[in-house]
Design a binder for this molecule. Structure first.
Ligand code: 5AD
Ligand code: SF4
Length: 462
């Protein structure tokens, strides 16, 4: 095993991917370099998620795999950080006593100190208040052309299924000037696309000025020269206001894609979930954003099998999915979480009923994903190249402004450059295309390959 190497495994949402960049950045500042696999690293970090039970199980499986490797290499240090650590310090200690460092969501910046303390025995530290805004810590960005930018942390909502407020704490917004300065610095560094991160980006600024400032932030970022694309995740439908829709439509940089988590199409389920909107209000927002930005892609999150969900209530979800015709959806089977109200609700739905509803929902959504993708066949799209295609290394992959994956052939395409591509065919989850033109800008110097190795895809809340 080489000295001073690390490996970070990330579970869960984009917020966690961003936190992992910070964990890696701190380790590199301490002189560590990235290993090819966890088995070879001196410091192995698991940045965890607890939003659904499966994420818990996966962590303990991975820790079990490392146990014999650590037994053979006593210098190896195992670190568990993030949401599950925040919730479960004692359980981790009990189930995996060979873990060296546990740190939560609020004290990411303590990693170097805790690693030093771990030389003398386990160093477990969870705090309830955020010490440093994640973006203020050093970063080891996984992409030279894309940057995650954290605009707020925590969540003040109380959706009855969701564990996030318990592990990420109260909402705190970052100062607008600091965000703009970070984006400007990223652009100087070669970034052309940023994704703004927050549990509820629409309420950004409410804790600073008493009024949401997300629309203002979008307009300010639109003035950053050299910035080409702005994405954000996620807006809560209840706070998705007209001023934000107007700012999106009028900004050059804001991409034509919105992820608007639905959770359920039934008014009674939405009430039990405490989502603070109903079907009608949700559809109103969808119509407004489509009117302001024709052709915008809309994606969502849906939970199936919420406690006491009836067949009729589930049918309301199906009919809403048909009515909106989403470009894509993350579909989840309800998973009771500790520290949430819904875990105590009567009438948890039997597994086989949930599975049957889930399969029906997926089938409807797959049909819509294909239909929406087929609608762009024949169109000319701007594509930001991400790298070579995973399935066929002779082709490259990129994303349209509507966040659709496109595979096409281009011997000269460098990651982080733009191409003009004609869409030639569609599948539910990607498009095939043919090069028409580009590059639109010179490739910037490329950093080394992505650092964050294992990520389980999942949208961020709400
Ligand atoms: N069970 C299933 N899905 C959940 N989500 C959040 N909490 C739960 C839960 N307890 C889903 C929501 C959210 C997404 C990030 O995860 O759909 O938008
Ligand atoms: Fe907050 Fe999103 Fe969880 Fe609701 S689903 S409590 S908005 S993080």
């Amino acid at each position: 095993m080489g000295a001073k190497t690390y490996f970070v495994t990330t579970y869960g949402c984009q917020m966690n991917e961003h936190d992992s960049e910070r964990l890696a950045g701190m380790l590199e500042t301490e002189g560590y370099s990235q290993a090819d696999s966890p088995d070879e690293a001196e410091v192995v970090v698991f940045n965890t998620c607890c939003i659904r039970e499966k994420a818990d199980q996966r962590l303990y499986g991975n820790l079990g795999h490392l146990k014999p490797i650590k037994d053979a290499n006593p210098d190896m240090k195992i670190v568990v950080g993030g949401c599950l650590a925040q919730k479960d310090k004692a359980t981790i200690q009990k189930r995996a006593p060979y873990v060296d460092v546990v740190l939560g969501t609020h004290n990411l910046g303590s990693l170097p100190r805790l690693l030093r303390e771990a030389e003398h025995g386990p160093a477990f530290e969870i705090v309830e208040q955020t010490e440093t805004f994640p973006s203020a810590l050093p970063s080891r960005r996984s992409s030279p052309w894309h940057g995650w930018v954290s605009i707020s942390i925590g969540c003040n909502n109380s959706c009855t299924f969701c564990i996030v407020p318990a592990v990420r704490g109260r909402e705190a917004s970052r100062r607008l000037g600091d965000i703009v300065a970070e984006v400007e610095a990223l652009v100087v560094d070669g970034v052309v696309e940023v994704t703004l991160l927050g549990q509820n980006v629409n309420s950004y600024g409410r804790d600073l000025d008493g009024t949401p400032m997300f629309a203002r932030l979008l307009r300010e970022l639109d003035r950053v020269e050299g910035l080409e694309r702005v994405r954000f995740t996620s807006p809560h439908p209840k706070d998705f206001r007209d001023d934000t829709i107007a700012a999106m439509a009028e900004s050059r940089t804001v991409c034509e894609h919105i992820h608007l988590p639905l959770q359920s199409g039934s008014d009674s389920v939405l009430r039990r979930m405490k989502r603070a909107y109903n079907r009608g209000r949700y559809l109103e927002k969808v119509h407004k954003v489509r009117e302001a930005m024709p052709g915008i892609a809309i994606t969502t999150d849906i939970i199936v099998g919420f406690p006491a969900e009836t067949d009729a209530e589930f049918d309301e979800t199906l009919s809403l999915v048909e009515e909106v015709g989403y470009d894509g959806a993350f579909t989840f089977q309800y998973s009771p979480r500790p520290m949430t109200e819904a875990a105590e609700f009567a009438d948890q739905i039997p597994k086989e009923v949930v599975q049957e509803r889930f399969d029906r929902l997926v089938a409807v959504q797959e049909r819509w994903s294909l239909k929406r993708n087929e609608a762009v066949v024949g169109r000319i799209e701007e594509v930001l190249v991400e790298g070579s295609s995973k399935k066929d290394a002779s082709r490259v992959t990129g994303r349209t402004r509507t966040n659709k994956l496109v595979h096409f052939s281009d011997d000269t395409a460098a990651a982080g450059t733009f191409r003009t591509v004609e869409v030639t065919s569609a599948s539910p989850h990607h498009l095939e295309g043919a090069l028409v033109g580009g590059p639109r800008r010179d490739p910037r110097p490329t950093l080394t390959l992505p650092l964050v190795s294992a990520t389980s895809g999942c949208s961020s809340c709400p």
